[in-house]
Design a protein around this ligand. Structure first.
Ligand code: ZN
Length: 323
């Protein structure tokens, strides 16, 4: 009897392994893309798709193109998230970023005042809490404020549940400290998960401004409806051009070269009826020579016919109305 039950146990184990082994093999498939079926690949790729082409037939008042100036007011937040251990001791790194709230923001606000332009500032929750006075000055000058993470979290390291928590936190901080309910979101480091656009839609955002899939606004189809994308590009970002990073291949760019580069990008996009979205950071572009560069660029753009200067939200609203 004992022997019989031993055999029975042995057979049961073999039977169980026969069922479980192939199943566990299937679970490993996503790590081995060459084992995926075409349907499985398409299910991954189609998680979020660009929807309707929203290239405008015409911009407001018959303009040929749109220009949106945007500023990501990070202060120390990105450094705190990426290198928390170093942030405990490196006063040098912290101070480099504190130039933004201490000097850069107000220089940029004075520039925008001289130009009589409204811009969009994307501000992380942590920055609002820790640099409330400059955040309020941005709001009180009538500029748009968008969400930009809580402590500048790169969402690629967050799962969907964690990303929901971070979204709720940043929205609560913007509401409690500034009375702002943001229409727009810019992902820290332009990091976007496939589920992020759906979460933004669920949290009431009108638009995202973190992706590079077009050079005019476009629609992202999400399970919760369509989200407008106001696209960005590294070409029009101050960080890779001006930020000194030890060991990187790029040198600090001459503002004259950057003026030429951005002017050429603008002129080419003018012919294409595009949407030029400039992304600058107060701790980088708040330096005097770079504020002067943005001023020269804006005055050059103003001299061209049919340029609509708008906030990112105004661009998003125009596109929603044109759908
Ligand atoms: Zn940022």
């Amino acid at each position: 009897m004992k022997k019989a039950s031993g055999w029975a146990f042995g057979w049961a184990l073999i039977f169980l392994l026969a069922i479980v082994w192939p199943a566990s093999g299937q679970e490993q498939k996503p790590d081995k893309p060459w084992l995926l079926t075409l349907d499985q690949i398409n299910a991954i790729v189609n998680a979020v798709r660009a929807g309707k082409d929203l290239t405008p037939a015409v911009w407001p008042n018959g303009a040929k193109m749109a220009v949106a100036l945007s500023f990501d007011f990070d202060a120390e937040s990105g450094f705190l998230f990426r290198e928390p251990a170093k942030a405990r001791r490196s006063l040098a790194d912290l101070e480099e970023r504190r130039f933004g709230p201490r000097v850069g923001v107000d220089r940029i606000l004075r520039l925008l005042d001289r130009l009589k332009l409204k811009a969009t500032f994307f501000i992380p929750g942590w920055t609002v809490e820790n640099h409330l006075a400059p955040s309020k000055r941005i709001r009180d000058a009538g500029h748009e404020i968008g969400a930009h993470g809580n402590v500048h979290e790169a969402v690629s390291v967050l799962d969907e549940a964690q990303e929901r928590v971070v979204l709720a936190q940043q929205l609560a901080i913007l509401k409690d400290h500034l009375g702002v309910v943001p229409a727009g979101y810019r992902s820290p480091s332009w990091d976007v998960n496939v589920w992020t656009p759906g979460l933004l839609k669920l949290h009431g955002f009108r638009y995202d401004s973190s992706l590079m899939g077009n050079d005019v606004p476009y629609a992202l189809d999400t399970p919760h409806g369509s989200l407008t994308e106001i696209p960005v590009q590294w070409i029009m970002d101050d960080a890779p051009l001006f930020r000194h990073v030890y060991g990187s291949t790029n040198a600090i760019a001459d503002p004259g070269r950057v003026l030429q580069m951005w002017s050429k990008e603008f002129a080419a996009m003018h012919k294409e009826n595009g949407c030029f979205v400039l992304t600058c950071h107060p701790f980088i572009s708040g330096r005097a020579s770079r504020v002067a560069l943005i001023e020269d660029l804006a005055r050059f753009m103003r001299r061209q016919p049919g340029v609509w200067f708008a906030t990112c939200d105004e661009v998003a609203r125009w596109h929603e109305a044109a759908r």
